[in-house]
Structure formats: C-alpha cells, structure tokens
Design a protein around this ligand. Structure first.
Ligand code: HEM
Length: 80
C-alpha cells in the first residue's frame, strides 16, 4: 500500500497490540514477530514506538521495506 492510500488512524483505533512506527507508518507486526530475521526482541523493544531511525540504521533491504509497506495499517493522525 502506498502512503497516499493509507488511512489516518488514532492510537485508540489500532486493532492490535503489536505495532510500531516506521517512516510515519503504523506497522502491525503481530504475524511477523517470530519471522523477523533479526529476531523478536528488536521488534518488542520498539513496541508502540518510532523505530524509523533504528530500522534505517541496520540497513534493511528493499524487500524489508516492502514488508513494512505490506504490514502498514495506516499513518498516525497528526493531532492524535
Ligand atoms: C516491522 C519492521 C521490520 C521488518 C519488516 C524487518 C525485516 C527484516 C528483514 C527482511 C531482515 C533480513 C535482512 C534484510 O532483508 O534486510 C531483517 C534483519 C534485521 N533486522 Fe529487521 N525488520 C523490521 C524491524 C526492525 C527493527 C525495528 C530493528 C531494530 C531495532 C531490526 C533489526 C534487524 C537486524 C539487527 C537484522 C539483521 C539480522 C541478521 O542479519 O542477523 N529490524 N529485518
């Protein structure tokens, strides 16, 4: 899903406990946590947090970026 098509959502409307933020996108990683090649602990460390800097710091591949887009459920509402 491209960023333009993502709905703006408020934190209280997020339907999963397993989310973090990368590049302003809310990413639902509930299905992905045990599949992450870097292991589950990195994702848990950023539960409900902005992981943008760390995600890019580790030099993730294009495919990893695609996965972020596939798991993105929306963008945070600005005034939320
Ligand atoms: C939900 C978002 C994320 C996705 C989809 C994702 C996906 C991936 C993928 C596909 C790889 C394999 C290498 C590659 O293709 O780049 C990988 C490796 C890795 N990821 Fe993530 N990642 C995410 C978030 C994070 C975060 C937030 C961190 C750190 C805080 C992290 C740390 C790492 C590390 C350290 C590796 C290297 C593992 C190794 O080679 O031993 N990832 N990730």
């Amino acid at each position: 899903m491209s960023q333009q098509q993502l709905p703006e959502i408020s934190i209280e409307d997020i339907q999963t406990d397993y989310w973090l933020v990368i590049d302003s996108k809310i990413v639902d990683f509930s299905e992905f946590i045990w599949k992450h090649p870097g292991g589950p602990s990195y994702l848990k460390e950023y539960l409900h947090k902005d992981a943008t800097e760390k995600f890019h710091y580790f030099g993730h591949s294009e495919r990893a970026m695609e996965m972020v887009n596939e798991m993105a459920i929306g963008v945070l509402k600005k005034d939320a």
